[in-house]
Ligand binder design. Structure first.
Ligand code: 5RP
Length: 273
């Protein structure tokens, strides 16, 4: 791995814990103005000081994040399908590596759709992106997307998707937590981070997901809705940080959450969507 690529990888992870807390705010690229991400700047700004890396598209980066921000940017560079279509796998690379460099991206990210109608295209796009990433020294994060088929999130499928992504050359893989997650970790030679998925029934459930993922070998989280759709997003992020970086128990994280809730402003209750 070239020095620049190693350096950019290192900047996303804590030296002490070797883990990362990424904030995912890229949902709009196929979901539109997702609930509580309608005003991206208002959602992102208070969370930034508690975030190790920020995952988003170039549009939201340019419009919602000040260029003075030093948080490493993980730039989503794939797209081309929306929730209005049945097949979400019909994606291509939508941002050039030159624009990623212009934006001072620390890493680039794209979805891979293993087993989906456009599996072949997404894997070939991943290989092209890795070639470009190696050329410019920019790490590539593969996202093992499942489209609308959330039930695909089992260890057998995810282990395959993560391994294939790493074999093609992804430097980092984002996937989902699942039962037997250790098997996914075991078969993947590059660091894994986990997404949260749709908002869970309770804060405890989201904290448990993070704790289990770290216990079973994840190098962090790249979480969105379970943070910014919370009534107390900053408190939630701080509780997750304690798990990811300090190996706090779920009980300790819940205590942090309670304390932080008392200090942080609550968002107005949102309509369900
Ligand atoms: C959207 C994504 C999201 O970044 C990823 O799913 C993480 O966010 P969440 O925790 O809300 O699932 O890749 O395509």
């Amino acid at each position: 791995m070239d020095w620049g690529l190693q350096n950019r990888m290192h900047r996303m992870f804590s030296t002490a814990s070797t883990n990362t807390v990424m904030l995912a705010v890229d949902h709009g690229y196929f979901m539109g103005p997702t609930r509580r991400l309608e005003n991206a700047r208002a959602t992102i700004t208070p969370l930034l000081p508690h975030t190790d890396a920020l995952a988003l598209t170039r549009g939201i980066l340019r419009h919602a994040v000040d260029p003075t921000v030093t948080t490493p940017i993980v730039l989503r560079v794939s797209g081309g399908a929306t929730v209005l279509k049945e097949d979400l796998s019909h994606e291509a690379l939508t941002t050039s590596m030159e624009d990623a460099v212009r934006l001072n991206a620390n890493a680039v990210a794209m979805s891979v759709f293993v087993g989906a109608p456009h599996e072949h295209e997404s894997l070939v796009h991943l290989s092209e992106l890795v070639d470009q990433g190696e050329e410019y020294g920019i790490p590539v994060m593969a996202i093992t997307a499942v489209g609308k088929e959330l039930e695909k999130r089992d260890a057998r499928y995810l282990a395959l998707a993560c391994r294939v992504s790493a074999e093609i050359g992804a430097h980092l893989v984002k996937t989902y937590y699942c039962e037997d997650f250790g098997k996914v970790v075991e078969g993947c030679p590059v660091p894994l981070v986990v997404a949260g998925g749709p908002k869970l029934d309770s804060e405890r459930a989201a904290l448990e997901l993070a704790r289990n993922a770290i216990d079973e070998g994840a190098h962090g989280i790249d979480m969105g809705r379970n943070i910014w759709q919370s009534d107390h997003p900053v408190a939630m992020l701080k509780a997750l940080r304690a798990i990811v970086h300090e190996r706090a128990t779920v009980r300790e994280a819940l205590e942090i959450l309670t304390t932080e809730k008392a200090h942080s402003a609550s968002r107005a209750p949102a309509a369900t969507a």
